[in-house]
Write a protein that binds this ligand. Structure first.
Ligand SMILES: CC(=O)N[C@H]1[C@@H](OP(=O)(O)O)O[C@H](CO)[C@@H](O)[C@@H]1O
Ligand SMILES: [Mg+2]
Length: 538
């Protein structure tokens, strides 16, 4: 009888390594889809090991390239509690992906089996899903070959948003425990969100429609499905939801297009002050926007969602009598607008923590609070409630009808908000709840503070690894002397702030600058970019 090792060798022979060098980055592996067969096969091997490491708990595999062009694809792993893969395992994924031959791959796999102290012999379990890309079903085939070869039990959830898969992983592993998260089904996801939303807006119905651009991705059909469970409590108008033409995915639409180009999708028919939102290709990011006075485009990005959520959660905690027991905090990266940071500390009186770029860093830091609000400026984020926060919310005896109302809304939000990962559908409903409660238009939301003009530029350098940062990427240790130059440049501009760091996803150094006026922000960004270029070999 063929051993597992024989089976891995035979299956691997169907998916030869193309000779490329791969790296499991911030968002898993991501590249042109036709290069990915061997990578997905090998991620399948790792998912099986990861499940064995946790005594047979369910691990998730998501096949998506999010906001990338339609011809790309990617793959990432979901850990047992629904979080992103633990960083130390990213290196194992990279090692497996880069083994040149089938034999070498098997050697790496067997070595990991030995080194990882896998403990019990429980059958490994994996669940997986994919976005709407044309290459998705072929890549699923590669994944299944690995799961079959390793004797891993698996369930194919077909098309899902990334956060839906995270939800299912968390539900699977918490069933019957005190952390039980929900029913292990797609329907369970919609029911959980819809019930929480209906409860949260029981007394305050959202005013006017919200138009949601779904990037022609998987978020479209999933949002349409969610709407069926909302019983007309909100008017959501779905646009750019054509998934039958996968070549249209993220093309001139979607959250990344809107954030990068600072404009609405050209197909948008929104009138002045109409509430609009855009999801990305796998629906884990969302940004809001509208046409303001004189047709000025106004973006309400992740910073704005974070400040809105923090302000509302702070109010609810006070109104329900839980201000003392719920420590609320906001987590941002250095890319957050200085005005947003200032608003949270000065106006809301809440602490702000800055972390390195990448949502896993933010998520981790947010767990230090009872209620941790975290968003990247690009619209990826969520609010995490600690176990103690759930206990406090669920055990608190309200002292008045007003307290009872606030508590009910707070409870509903703790169910509405995806605890595993940033989720565009959950975040959409969260924003809608808050605007409804505050009775705010998008203009009122914008008016909470004035963003500092800012500029983000990319500098192409020969060796981005030369750029070594400290202080949550806000300051450079190397190249020597460059930080002093940046400091002195910032000092010349009112409210000047700038930093440079190597991108983790592109071969470039990113320079961010903000200042009191548009001209000064642009000027500062350009000068720092020039200094970055000068500090590196040509
Ligand atoms: C300035 C910026 O937007 N950076 C993005 C980008 O990271 P970089 O390391 O800056 O390339 O991609 C990350 C993964 O999608 C995302 O988490 C992050 O916010
Ligand atoms: Mg995404």
């Amino acid at each position: 009888m063929a051993t597992i090792n024989d089976k891995i060798l035979a299956a691997s022979a169907k998916h030869p390594q193309p000779g490329n060098v791969f790296q499991y980055g911030t968002a898993g592996f991501r590249m042109k889809a036709d290069l990915l067969d061997s990578v997905v096969f090998r991620v399948g091997l790792l998912a099986s090991l990861r499940s064995r490491k946790f005594g047979g708990q369910v691990i998730g595999v998501m096949i998506t390239a999010s906001h990338n062009p339609p011809e790309d694809n990617g793959v990432k792993l979901v850990d047992p509690f629904g979080e992103m893969l633990e960083s130390s395992w990213e290196a194992y994924a990279t090692r497996l992906a880069n083994a040149k031959t089938d034999k070498e791959l098997l050697a790496v796999y067997n070595k990991l089996e030995q080194d990882l102290d896998l403990g019990t012999n429980k059958t490994p379990k994996v669940i997986y899903a994919r976005d709407t890309r044309a290459s998705g079903s072929r890549l699923v085939g590669c994944l299944v070959d690995a799961l079959e070869a390793t004797g891993t039990e698996y369930t194919d959830y077909k098309l899902l948003t990334t956060p839906q898969l995270h939800y299912l992983v968390r539900c699977s592993n918490t069933k019957g425990t005190e952390y039980e998260y929900g029913d292990i089904s797609e329907k369970g996801y919609y029911e959980k969100l819809a019930n929480a939303f209906k409860l949260a807006v029981k007394h305050k119905k959202p005013q006017g429609p919200v138009t949601v651009d779904c990037a022609n991705g998987v978020g479209g059909p999933k949002l349409r499905e969610l709407i069926k469970y909302l019983d007309g409590t909100i008017d959501i108008r779905v646009v750019n939801d054509d998934v039958l033409k996968p070549e249209n995915l993220n093309v001139s639409c979607g959250a990344d297009y809107v954030k990068t180009n600072q404009r609405a999708p050209p197909s948008s028919k929104a009138g002045p002050l109409e509430r609009c939102a855009s999801l990305d290709g796998d629906a884990d990011r969302i940004v809001y926007y509208f046409n303001g006075e004189n047709d000025k485009f106004v973006l309400l990005d992740g910073d704005r969602i974070a400040t809105l959520a923090a302000s509302f959660l702070g109010e609810l905690a006070r109104q329900s009598g839980l201000a003392e027991s719920l420590k609320i905090g906001v987590v941002q990266t250095a890319y957050a607008n200085g005005a947003a940071t200032q608003y949270v500390t000065s106006n809301l009186g809440l602490p702000v923590v800055c972390t390195a770029t990448g949502v896993k860093h933010l998520h981790h830091a947010a767990l230090q609070f009872d209620v941790g609000v975290y968003f990247e400026a690009n619209g990826h984020g969520t609010v995490v409630f600690s176990h103690d926060a759930y206990k406090a919310i669920n055990n608190h005896e309200p002292q008045s009808p007003a307290q009872a109302n606030a508590l009910e809304t707070l409870k509903a939000l703790s169910d509405l908000i995806n605890q595993a990962v940033g989720d565009a559908l959950s975040d959409l409903l969260l924003v809608e709840v808050i605007l409804a409660h505050k009775g705010w238009s998008v203009k009122d939301w914008e008016d909470t503070y004035v963003d500092l003009p800012n500029r983000l530029v990319k500098v192409h350098v020969l060796l981005r690894s030369m750029f070594v940062t400290t202080d949550s990427e806000r300051r450079l240790l190397e190249p020597a002397g460059l930080q002093a130059t940046i400091d002195s440049l910032c000092g010349k501009y009112k409210a000047g702030r700038s930093f440079a760091r190597a991108s983790g996803t592109e071969d470039a150094v990113r320079v961010y600058a903000e200042a009191a006026t548009r001209g000064e922000a642009d000027d500062l960004a350009q000068k720092v970019a020039n200094a970055v270029s000068r500090a590196t070999p040509a």
